[in-house]
Every structure is written in C-alpha cells, then in structure tokens.
Design a protein around this ligand. Structure first.
Ligand code: NDP
Length: 448
C-alpha cells in the first residue's frame, strides 16, 4: 500500500494502536481501495477515507443489574453509530466477555460496506456489551437486557438506528430488549430485527445468515462449474449461523462433517443427518449445552477438545461461522493441503490476513464475510420493510428475495474485482463495490 489510502491507515494506526481488530479490518478495506483512489481523485478531495474511518457517534454506558443472589453486577454497554449516509444505522448487538470498543469498531466498520452491498437503504452500526449470557438464568438475562435497553432506547429508533442479534444475542435476548423498548417508548415499531414471528419478526430471518452464506458459496462454485453436491463441508461454530448453514448445505447435497464451540470440535466422518442436526438444534437452542454432547450421544462422532475443524481430514469446502480470527495461516495451509477449493465466511473476519493470503495465492475461492454473510442483515432489511408495510411475506417470498440478493452481491463483487484489475479477488471486489455507494452519498450530502 502506498499513497492516500496508506497515509490514512498510518494515521489511524497511530491514533488507535490498541484497537487491533479495528485496524485489521480498516487495513484490509483501505488496501483494496488504493486502486480506486488513484482512478477517482474526488474521494481524496472530499477526505472521504479520513471521514469514513471515524464513527459518526459512539455511545458508551453503564449497565447495572441484580443477579439471582441479589448481588449488584455492572457491565459496559456500547453502540457505535458508524455511518448513516445511505440509511438508518443497522447492525447487531454482541454480548460476549471479549467485547470492547476495538472489536465493535471493527464490526461496525465492516457493516457499512456489507449493508451497502445488499443494495438496501441501511447505514452501518454495531453494539453490545461485555456481558456473558452463558451460564446465566433466564431471569438474569432479562434483567441485564432491561437495564441495557433503559439507556439504549434514547439513541435508537425505526428511522434512526435498528439493532439486531449477533454472538450471544438470539431470539430470547431480542425479546427482552424489545419488551423494554416498547414499555419505555410506548410504541410498537420495528426498532429491532430478529423479532419473534408472532410479534413482528420475519420468516427466514433466523435462517438468513447461514442460508445466505451457502448461496454465496454456491455462486462462487458456479464460476468453476461446481456445486455443493457430494462435497465434504467443514463448519465451525454451532450457533445461529452455523446451524442454518449446515441445514442448507445438506439440502444442496453436501456432507457436513464438523461443528464446534469454544471447547472444541465434533467430527463426524459419516456426515451430519437430520436426526443429528435436530439433536444439535435442541442442545444449543433449548438446553444451551456444549457441542461435545453430540459425541456422547452418537457413536461415530469424535470430539476433539480445544481443536478447530480445519485440520480434521479431507475438506472440500470450509464455512467458518464462529468468530473473528478463528482460521489462521496454518489452518489455511492445512485446508489447501487437504484439497479445499472454497472458503466462504459466515462469521465476521474469521480468517486472519495471513490466512487470506494463503487462500488467494492457492486460488481457493474465498468469500469475505462482508459479502458472504450479508444475507442476515439483508433479511433484517426485509423485516424492516414488512414492519413498515404492516404486512408479512411468506417464507418462500423472503427466501427468494434473500437468494436473489446473494446472487446480486456475488455479481457486484465479482464484477468490481474484474473491473479494477484483480479478477477472482472477492475481497477487493466487495470492498470497492460496497464503498463506492456510501462514498458517493457522502459527497452528495456535503461535509457533515
Ligand atoms: P452465536 O452466539 O449464535 O454462536 C456463536 C458460535 O461461535 C458458538 O458456537 C460459540 O461457541 C462460537 N464462538 C463464539 N466465540 C468464540 C470464540 N472466541 N472461540 C471459539 N468459538 C467461539 O452467534 P452467531 O451464530 O449469530 O454469530 C457467529 C458469527 O457470525 C459472528 O462472527 C457474527 O458476527 C457473525 N454474523 C452473524 C449474523 C447473524 O445474523 N447472527 C449476521 C452476520 C454475521 P460458544 O458457545 O462456546 O461461545
């Protein structure tokens, strides 16, 4: 990297040296944009890069709550309203002990370009807390969510900022958050997405990120006249994204051989079938158990404590669906050695920069999260439209729209990569296509 984008990155890294995930995400985007900056000097003239790397607004607040023993607990809450040039801020809430400002800035920054790629009118935002829902009772989760929303409610709204779920925030948490918002504001609006089906949610929203990632991978495979049929597929994570990526892969004829959580990986050389998938859905969503219990239940499934899925046997396609930086250079080398032809990211930034280099150098089809996992937020956008119309589409209608959006995102990224001289590089393609729309809107709207 040299020139304008490089300068902006260097200044950013001096300003926030402790925000390593944010710097990692910013570097990847700025590197991709260098070629565009050379061709279109208007972006430098308007200082778009300096402006786009700073959030429009950052809200940090105290979240006090009482645990089941009557003891006061205090967490930190955040909402980063990163960019609203093309629509209300939109992006999930993450509840996980590792949450800090740098992680949320990385996620919010990525969200700007991802939302732009969906072609829906949504700006970028992200939020969350260092609260850990794991091991908490439903009552404790409710009290935390109510306290969190008691501050957040003044900053969000259906036309201002519309949060959704992410790691640690599923249907249960969205319910408690929505209930508190409704009480405080005395209004029933589409202020959160991922809502329950009987109170404003959209069909196919729970499935959307996992399905969308599989649709994106399918489009990449088609460019080489390949498909999921008969492919061996490794999936990491066992949460919302992993669960529905697995279901769609099975529907398309692929063989899913792994799931994981932060304790380790289950490996099933025979492939997950419907019975095992149903067991996992109950285990993770109802019992809130650990993935190793699959190995206790089904003979033939092995549990590998502390291991990631990427080095376990032959893998044709890898779908990382857990968390950031969960696939490193050695994992990428292991995948290449074992014949992997495609990596499509369900999680945000799961591959380290070194891993991405290995994958690209070995001509592995590589779908970066901001394009490949955009189906979740796209369907959240569809939930917002349905809420505004006070009308619900059928699951077939939502799934067809989701599928179409993923095909279009693939096409935009593929064409931008070609146009700017890096054919097959979906990283550059997605960054350039996502950036242009937001940057042009910022220029149109003046210096604000
Ligand atoms: P969930 O909380 O439902 O599941 C997360 C999964 O990842 C769990 O299996 C969890 O295991 C595992 N995991 C989380 N942190 C770690 C870690 N540090 N090390 C190892 N495993 C970990 O989250 P989602 O499925 O919703 O999100 C997964 C990824 O997808 C995230 O990167 C998220 O940002 C991204 N994403 C999600 C979208 C959505 O619609 N939900 C939309 C777009 C992207 P454990 O239970 O042990 O923590």
């Amino acid at each position: 990297m040299s020139g304008y984008a490089m300068q902006v990155y260097e200044n950013l890294s001096k300003k926030y040296p402790w925000e390593k995930e944010f710097l990692q995400a910013a570097k990847e985007v700025l590197e991709s944009l260098e070629i565009l900056m050379e061709k279109e000097p208007k972006y430098q003239k308007h200082a778009i890069l300096e402006r786009i790397v700073e959030p429009e607004r950052t809200i940090i607040f105290r979240v006090p709550w009482l645990d089941d023993n009557g003891k006061v607990q205090v967490n930190v809450g955040y909402r980063i309203e990163f960019n609203s040039a093309i629509g209300p801020y939109k992006g999930g809430l993450r509840f996980h002990p590792t949450v800090n400002l740098g992680i949320l800035k990385f996620l919010g920054f990525e969200q700007i370009f991802k939302n732009s790629l969906t072609s829906l009118p949504m700006g970028g935002g992200k939020g969350g807390s260092n609260f850990d829902p794991k091991g908490k009772s439903d009552n404790e989760v409710m009290k935390f969510c109510q306290s969190f929303m008691s501050e957040l409610f003044r900053h969000i709204g259906a036309n201002t900022d519309v949060p959704a779920g992410d790691i640690g925030v599923g249907g249960r948490e969205i319910g408690f958050l929505f209930g508190q918002y409704r009480k405080l504001k005395n209004e029933f609006t589409g202020v959160l997405t991922g809502k329950g089906l009987n109170w404003g949610g959209s069909l196919v929203r729970p499935e959307a990120t996992g399905y969308g990632n599989t649709y994106f991978a399918e489009e990449m495979l088609k460019t080489q006249k390949k498909s999921f049929d008969g492919m061996t597929v490794a999936i990491s994570g066992s949460g919302n994204v992993a669960q529905y990526a697995a279901q769609k892969v099975m529907q398309l004829g692929g063989k899913v051989v792994t799931f994981s959580d932060s304790d380790g990986t289950v490996y099933d050389k025979n492939g997950i079938n419907k019975e095992k998938w149903d067991f996992m859905m109950d285990l993770k969503n109802v019992k809130r158990g650990r993935i190793k219990e699959m190995a206790d239940k089904f003979p033939g499934i092995e549990f590998h404590a502390g291991k990631r899925p990427w080095g376990l046997g032959k893998i044709d396609i890898a779908l990382p669906c857990a968390t950031q930086n969960e696939l490193d250079e050695n994992d990428a080398k292991a995948l290449v050695k074992n014949g992997c032809i495609c990596v499509s990211e369900g999680a945000n930034m799961p591959s380290t920069p070194e891993a991405v280099e290995v994958l690209l150098a070995n001509k592995v089809l590589y779908g970066p999260g901001k394009a490949s996992n955009a189906g979740g937020v796209a369907t959240s956008g569809l939930e917002m439209s349905q809420n505004s119309m006070r009308y619900n589409w059928t699951s077939e209608e939502v799934d067809a729209k989701l599928h179409n959006i993923m095909i279009n995102i693939h096409r935009s990224a593929f064409e931008a990569a070609n146009k700017y001289g890096t054919p097959g590089n979906y990283v550059n393609g997605a960054n350039i296509a996502g950036f242009k729309k937001v940057a042009d809107a910022m220029i149109d709207q003046g210096l604000i």
